[in-house]
Each structure stands twice: as C-alpha cells, then as structure tokens.
Design a protein around this ligand. Structure first.
Ligand SMILES: Nc1ncnc2c1ncn2[C@@H]1O[C@H](COP(=O)(O)OP(=O)(O)OP(=O)(O)O)[C@@H](O)[C@H]1O
Length: 232
C-alpha cells in the first residue's frame, strides 16, 4: 500500500499554508509535528479530500483523493470533531456507521467491537455530554475506524487523554500502524516520541525533517526546539 503526495500546495491569498510537499508513505505510524500555524491541519484536510489544494495531487494505491475508492479507504478524526451531546455513545457510533453506508447488522457488530476496543463498552448507553474529554476523544477514534480504514488521519488525537488512556491509545495506534498508514498530528512532542515510527516535522508549510525518532538522536524535544530556533 502506498500513499503518494505529489507537490501538494495550499495558498490563502499571499499566505502559503502548505508549500509543495511531496512524500511517499507506506504502512506505519507517522507523527506530524509542528508549531501552531505550521500547516498541519491544512495538510491533513487536503489528505482527507475535504479541502481543495491549490496545486498537486494525492493518491492511494493509484486512486486519486477525489475518488470513491479513496474515500472508502479513509478514516478521519478532525481536530474540532462535532459530537452530538444528547446521543448515547452507541447511538452516535450507529449514526456515523449509517452515514458511512454500513448496513444495520454489520453496523451493530462493528460498533460493539469498536466500543470494546476503545474501552467504552460500559458507558455505551450513557449520553455523550456526560463523557470526559478523553472518553469523547476515544469515541472519535472509534468512529474513524468504522470502515476499517487503510489510511487513518488523526488531528491532535491525544488532546484530553489521561496517562492511562495515552497508553491504551498508543497500543491501539501501534497495532493499526502494522498494516495501515496512520498519520497523526500534534504539537506535543512527548506524545509522538513513543507512538510514531517516523516523524514528519513541518515549519512554514514545508517538511523540514523526515526521519525516525532514533535518527533524532535521543532528545526529540531538544531537536524540535532547535529546528524552531528556540534553543540558544
Ligand atoms: N481558511 C484560511 N484562510 C486563511 N489562512 C488560513 C486558513 N486556514 C489556515 N490558514 C493559515 O495557514 C497557516 C497554516 O494553518 P494550519 O491550521 O494548517 O496550521 P496548524 O499547523 O494545523 O496549526 P494548529 O496546530 O494551530 O492547528 C496558518 O498561518 C493559518 O493562519
């Protein structure tokens, strides 16, 4: 499986948010790191086909990102995910499953599996408005997995998770990354260090580093601050 990003660009007026990024990705977990405004969300939204690029293209195994095949292979957790507070966790997932075109029986089965996977089975019948931030985030991850995506894109997925949830999340992502392409963004360096196989660092719309946490030489936080000119 291969995701090919070719000279992808997004420009808003005179501001270039993503500056002709090219990269081939194979299965694994990719941590997209960058300061606020580096272009992470813009890049991810283009990879999800919900934001039209100014130039360039993206394809997954030869299918262009505007195609039905690409959309079917994609799972996405946006940064500002809209939950329905009066839905129960289970109803919310069933609703998302219907939107994604799953038939009722397979939706029921898949929802049960996913609630179990993200550890929400005991609160599945409770309303989302009673959930903690971390629980909502786990529900968001579950909905992104409904269609068994080959390409999973998660924008700031670790926001709001407590330490125990972080460990659970890390294990889940590592497992998914064995056979799928998982791209997750964050501006919290320590979150990515233990999760990602590769680190993609963004600054001013460009990829300024692409390598393994090992290549960084041990201290990612220091390396990151160096790249962003915040170390004397
Ligand atoms: N709709 C828009 N119109 C104009 N400029 C935009 C728009 N969306 C993003 N930008 C600009 O593009 C740049 C990249 O923004 P983006 O949201 O992709 O960054 P980010 O790395 O995701 O940051 P954050 O971590 O804050 O989400 C920023 O300078 C931002 O101000």
């Amino acid at each position: 499986m291969e995701l090919i990003i070719d000279r992808l660009k997004k420009q808003y007026g005179s501001k270039i948010a993503v500056d002709r990024i090219s990269r081939k990705l194979t299965p694994g977990v990719y941590g997209l790191l960058g300061a606020n405004g580096a272009g992470k969300t813009t890049l991810m939204r283009m990879l999800c086909g919900i934001l039209k690029p100014t130039g360039g293209s993206v394809s997954l195994d030869g299918f262009d990102f505007s195609s039905e095949e690409y959309r079917k292979a994609l799972g996405y957790l946006p940064q500002d995910f809209g939950y329905y507070p009066n839905f129960t966790g289970k109803d919310f997932l069933m609703y998302m499953a219907a939107l994604k075109g799953l038939d009722k029986n397979s939706a029921k089965k898949r929802c049960r599996e996913l609630l179990n996977l993200v550890g929400l089975e005991s609160v599945a019948g409770k309303k989302v408005k009673t959930y903690s931030g971390g629980m909502k985030q786990r529900l968001g991850i579950a909905q992104a997995l409904l269609n068994r995506p080959k390409l999973l894109i998660l924008d700031e997925p670790t926001a709001g998770l407590d330490p125990k949830e972080r460990v659970r999340f890390r294990d889940l992502i590592a497992e998914l990354g064995e056979r799928n392409i998982v791209i997750l963004s964050t501006h919290i360096v320590s979150d990515i260090e233990h999760i990602a196989d590769r680190i993609l660092m963004m600054k001013d719309g460009q990829l300024i580093f692409d390598g393994t946490p090992y290549e960084v030489g041990g201290d990612l936080e220091h390396f990151y601050l160096e790249q962003f000119g915040e170390v004397e």
